[in-house]
Design a protein around this ligand. Sequence first.
Ligand SMILES: [Zn+2]
Length: 92
Amino acid sequence: MKTVNQKPTLLSKLYCVMFGHNYLVSKKITHHVKEYACSNCNHELTTNGNGSLIELSPKYREINEILLSIHKKKITRLSREVISPTVYRMTS
Ligand SMILES: [Zn+2]
């Protein structure tokens, strides 16, 4: 018997209740903030501002999306700053 569907079954939920969740990093937001999902029941967690793990609510999912876009912009800006002196020299 093979379950292709990712929907948590009663058995997998029971397993987590008895043995604890098996969290894996599902999404890396920044160096400090990550999202975790249980490989067993798909229960999701995230790191909050204090660095502790909390349940990934729709509100926190939204916050993480914003954090991720800010983080990406920062990386783009930083790489542009590194590249720009060379570009400047080439054009002048
Ligand atoms: Zn679980």
